[in-house]
Design a protein. Structure first.
Length: 80
């Protein structure tokens, strides 16, 4: 499984990934973040390269890793 902690992810990359996990298209991500769809595509392409993802299931692998990261955050969040 892909470990996001080993990949350099900027704040904007993380925003793009969070929307990707929610099922948003590149166009929807662009509209929400007020950037162009081309910029969204570039963020994803850069992330795929950093992650070493080169096959046709890029989005699924990256989105799954992001989802798991979010689940870990919520599981380790302690309320007092």
């Amino acid at each position: 499984m892909l470990n996001l902690n080993q990949i350099k992810i900027t704040q904007r990359d993380e925003q793009v990934l969070q929307l990707l996990v929610q099922g948003c298209s590149n166009k929807e991500i662009a509209a929400q973040l007020k950037i162009s769809p081309r910029t969204v595509k570039q963020h994803l392409r850069t992330l795929f390269l950093r992650a070493g993802i080169r096959d046709g299931r890029k989005r699924v692998k990256l989105a799954t890793a992001m989802f798991q990261k979010e689940q870990m955050k919520s599981c380790h969040h302690v309320t007092g």
